[in-house]
Design a protein around this ligand. Structure first.
Ligand code: PA5
Length: 475
């Protein structure tokens, strides 16, 4: 297993995005990036000037949480001492970060390990309302020995609150008056129903600053509590984020990795019609970082109006993929399908395990050559093979290398992506921090469920007028 945590910088390599490698037909010219340099500088200045304000509260999270971190660590200790299971109830930005960080930084079969080998209780993140899933959870946990972390920034999300209703009723039945001791609430510091419930019932309560939106909240108590409970070094995560912040202060696009990333993706989207970004980690530990990034990039940049009120249809569809698994599923499309994708490979330099491949099968040279090598060498060779195959076919790719997957590098990666998203929002001149497109579906679903308030009643009437479905299209 890996020794000490290496606190080296993660590295962004964009060679395979550029015309120098791919030619001018498929790649981005250095001069093209230079042309955008003044806009990039303005984007950085706008972000830096607004640090900590508006929706940019997350930029200060690496620095302003000393007291909160100490409180979280104490709470984590209490949870570890009293519970064998920890369940997060939350969805979207209140769930994807905790899932990604747990997968990245703890054992890949963490829940199946015996208690003494885990850093904390078993962890489940319930980020859906599939009724079978809730039942399945209840089949494998004992609520009497479980702590539930209800996470919702708005304090009102139907999915999370319906889970809360189920769990709180069950807890009352199973543990009586002590039920509030089983709940930790993480929510907005002022608004919403959860804060009221927490105060009314005396839950342990942690705040998400008003200036930190759901998908930018992983480095707030949203992500820090589940991580700390499961033994993750949250101080190192924040230190990593601060280190990335330091690297991204420059106005010069060639000196600021998150700014370069935003400019290149902007050129992909706006100048080249490259509207799909595939994130392909070559490490199971990073599998759900791709999921977390998908929400961040999609919800932030998928907009139909600019900040000046001009109609637009901006955004780049994020797709998750896993190396090497998806080489046997999607790579054919990526190398020979439409020229509408850019592939981000995530590479790990030093894995936490060394897995040698034994010698054998000498009668089959195609198998025998593997003997004496390691899975570590094989996965990196396959990553290089994919990079080569993509480049040869004129497909843009970039590589982010993590010296190790550890709390420091994950903190860097989270902050890098958050900053790149904010810069991309500036370049596109859209509001990267709202999500109005989610509203219609939300209101319609409440109308379907018979919510009697006026807004939903009106929606129900509107929905009743939609054209009836034709039988001929239903087979
Ligand atoms: O980024 C966002 O704001 C959203 O995707 C939210 O994370 C998601 O809708 C869940 O919201 P809440 O945390 O308010 O329950």
């Amino acid at each position: 297993m890996m020794a000490d945590m290496i606190k080296k910088p993660i590295v962004l390599d964009v060679n395979n995005m550029m015309a120098d490698t791919l030619g001018f037909q498929y790649g981005i010219a250095h001069a093209q990036v230079d042309e955008y340099a003044p806009f990039a500088a303005a984007a950085n200045q706008a972000v830096q000037a607004a640090r900590g304000t508006g929706w940019l509260g997350w930029t200060e999270l690496p620095y302003n949480q000393e007291e909160i971190v100490a409180h979280i660590e104490k709470t984590a200790e209490r949870v570890r001492a009293n519970f064998d299971t920890f369940v997060v109830l939350g969805i979207g930005g209140s769930a994807l970060g905790p899932i990604a960080v747990q997968q990245a930084l703890n054992h890949l079969h963490y829940n199946e390990l015996p208690a003494e080998k885990r850093g904390g209780p078993r962890l489940y993140v319930e980020d859906n309302i599939d009724p079978e899933r809730m039942q399945a959870l209840l089949d494998v946990i004992d609520v009497k020995t479980t702590c539930f972390n209800v996470i919702t920034k708005s304090g009102a999300t139907a999915e999370t609150m319906s889970q809360y209703l189920t769990i709180s009723e069950l807890l009352k039945k199973e543990v009586g008056d002590k039920w509030p001791e089983h709940i930790i609430a993480t929510t907005d510091c002022e608004k919403g129903n959860l804060i009221k419930l927490a105060k009314e019932n005396g839950f342990d309560l942690f705040y998400i600053p008003g200036s930190v939106g759901g998908r930018f909240s992983e480095l707030s108590p949203v992500g820090l509590i589940p991580a700390a409970v499961c033994g993750i070094d949250i101080r190192a995560m924040l230190e990593g984020a601060a280190a990335m912040d330091e690297r991204c202060k420059s106005d010069d696009v060639w000196q600021n990795p998150a700014l370069l990333e935003a400019v290149l993706q902007y050129i992909c989207m706006q100048d080249m019609g490259v509207n799909i970004q595939v994130t392909m980690p070559y490490a199971d530990s990073l599998k759900y970082m791709a999921d977390w990034f998908c929400q961040l990039w999609a919800e932030s940049l998928g907009k139909n109006v600019t900040r000046k009120g001009m109609a637009c249809n901006f955004g780049q569809t994020p797709v998750k993929s896993l190396g090497v698994t998806d080489q046997h599923s999607q790579l054919q499309l990526y190398t020979e399908g439409p020229y509408d994708k850019v592939i981000t490979l995530l590479k790990v330099e030093e894995f936490r395990a060394e897995s040698p491949i034994p010698h054998g099968c000498e009668q089959f040279p195609d198998v025998a050559f593997l003997g004496g090598k390691s899975l570590n060498q094989l996965i990196e060779a396959e990553r290089q093979g994919t990079e080569y195959a993509l480049t040869k076919k004129g497909r843009m790719s970039q590589c982010i290398t993590l010296p190790q997957v550890n709390a420091h590098t994950i903190g860097q990666l989270i902050y890098f992506y958050e900053l790149a998203t904010a810069y991309a929002g500036e370049l596109l001149d859209i509001d990267a921090f709202n999500q109005p497109g989610v509203e219609e579906s939300k209101i319609a679903s409440y109308a379907v469920l018979g919510n009697t308030s006026e807004k939903y009643q009106k929606k129900a009437e509107e929905m009743a007028k939609r054209p009836a479905k034709k039988d001929e299209y239903i087979l």
